[in-house]
Write a protein that binds this ligand. Structure first.
Ligand code: PLP
Length: 487
């Protein structure tokens, strides 16, 4: 192990320092003025390192990080598109970043106007009446939207409606959010192409149904062609339609969930509207609703008054608050900058380019990888592992081998419909050359699997760690240096 790859505690040597503070800045008796029960009994165990060691340690660590800014990141379902740097500059503007959430709205008119404009832009892209930008992430938006759904039925005295229909291919957050919202999950089957089986849906639609959660294009990247029929059936049964907007990217400016019949939806600003994500960074999951539900959106809301100024309002009809203040404002600023910089025409190119890129990869690899669903996909598609199953090389092996060639792995073993799922989403921001390079490497790995399967199974050969014990790490994580030392 190289010296600076060690844990910062291992680099520590007693007495080394990376800082200088003015002597006696707070007076020599500073500690004696603090209450005794607030003082440490012994000094904190902090690493003792020089400034140069700190710089090298963290610079080396950051170089090991993989992101959209370092390489191709075809992680299906995650829309890892390039995040233009202008968005970051806008989000860092001190006039916005320095605002305090409790200051008088009269002194924060620009921020409120941005909130208002962004929710309007999303509403017009979605074909819905109004958005709240307050939820922190997609899953949080799902929870908010399902609470709106539940409250809608309760407020009409229709208290029997406690079931939410969720397709068997749904993202795991869908059933989880339904449970947290106090609703019961009922599964509807998918057909082999991943679309909802309408014949399986019909008998589920009774007066206990609160609604259905769907995504379109579905989890296999295919457009749900029977959506109008499904919307009619669900509405006739008294239910509402919830749209999981994580797959909105291919439809931007082309097709609107509101026009398909959806009543409620969330959008992942950190996916479709370009904010760096992964590793749990800040996200934003705005929730939009049709006009019959706007009174239920959570507090606080931004309203535009007749004199053109903006105000913050709370209402008793609303769900209450689901976040502190207005959610992750910095992410909203990036999304707003992204929308304005693309403009009306640019937004309309996003979906077709994302769709073209996905189909280009799919068609270039389908002779070597098993394509379980025929036909044009939208922004992503799923392979069921290698076409030649005799090599013993699995989807996991292929995913790990890709790391040796400098690519992030696709999403693997999701959706659960197939044993060897490999979900690929290139996004619209990649060049033809990058796609060709990825295709070449995928073809090379398929060849290797046939000729030299042991190399593929041993991969990755170039990363700092190769085959971690994932189950062990999940069940018995070692999260502190002390635990590592004692282990
Ligand atoms: C990412 C994703 C979610 C959850 O969104 P988060 O922002 O990660 O909470 C929900 N549904 C689908 C289909 C997704 O891809």
């Amino acid at each position: 192990m190289k010296e600076y790859d060690k844990i910062i505690f291992e680099l520590s040597r007693p007495g080394r320092k990376g800082y200088q503070l003015p002597a006696d800045r707070f007076g020599s008796d500073a500690f004696s003025k603090l209450p005794a029960d607030l003082l440490r009994e012994k000094p904190a165990e902090l690493p003792e390192v020089s400034e140069l060691e700190v710089v090298r340690h963290y610079t080396n660590l950051s170089n090991k990080n993989f992101g959209v800014d370092t390489g191709f990141y075809p992680l299906g379902s995650c829309t890892m598109k390039y995040n233009p740097k202008i968005n970051e500059e806008v989000a860092a503007m001190p006039e916005f970043a320095g605002l305090h959430p409790l200051q008088d709205p009269a002194t924060a008119q620009g921020a409120l106007e941005l909130y208002w404009n962004l929710q309007n832009a999303l509403a017009s892209l979605a074909g819905l009446a109004e958005f709240t930008l307050n939820p922190y992430a997609g899953a949080h938006g799902e929870l908010t939207g399902l609470m709106v759904m539940r409250q809608y039925h309760i407020s009409r005295g229709d208290t029997k409606r406690t079931k939410v229909i969720v397709p068997d291919t749904a993202h795991g957050t869908n059933p989880a959010s339904a449970m947290v919202a106090g609703l019961e999950v009922v599964e509807v089957k998918s057909k082999p192409n991943g679309s909802i089986d309408v014949e399986d849906l019909k008998p589920l639609l009774d007066d206990s149904v609160a609604g259905i959660m769907m995504t379109n294009p579905n989890t296999l990247g295919m457009f749900e062609t029977e959506i109008l029929e499904i919307a009619k059936l669900v509405h006739e049964a008294g239910g509402l339609l919830y749209y999981d907007g994580a797959n909105l990217n291919p439809l931007l400016g082309k097709v609107r969930p509101g026009d398909m019949g959806f009543d409620i939806m969330h959008i992942n600003l950190h996916k479709t509207f370009s904010t760096p994500h992964g590793g749990g960074g800040p996200g934003s999951g705005p929730v939009g609703v049709a006009s019959h539900l706007t009174h239920l959106l959570p507090n606080p809301r931004v309203v535009k008054k007749e004199d053109g100024t903006f105000a913050v309002e709370t209402s008793d009809d609303a769900l209450g608050s689901i976040s502190t203040f207005f959610g992750n404002f910095g992410v909203m600023m990036k999304a707003y900058a992204y929308i304005l910089s693309l403009g009306r025409d640019g937004i309309r190119e996003v979906g077709p380019m994302a769709t073209l890129n996905a189909n280009y990869i799919k068609e270039s690899l389908r002779d070597l990888y098993k394509l379980p669903v025929e036909g044009p996909c939208k922004h992503e598609f799923v392979f069921d592992g290698l076409a030649d199953k005799s090599t013993g090389v699995t989807t996991l092996n292929v995913a790990k081998r890709l790391l040796d060639f400098g690519f992030h792995a696709p999403t693997i073993y999701f959706p659960l419909l197939f044993h060897e799922s490999m979900m690929i989403e290139p996004t619209e921001t990649e060049s033809r050359e990058t796609l060709d390079e990825f295709i070449d490497v995928m073809r090379r790995v398929a060849r290797e699997a046939a000729e030299d399967p042991d190399t593929v199974k041993a991969a990755p050969l170039t990363t700092p760690i190769s085959h971690p014990d994932e189950t062990g790490a999940a069940k018995n994580p070692i999260l502190t240096y002390k635990a590592l030392r004692d282990a």
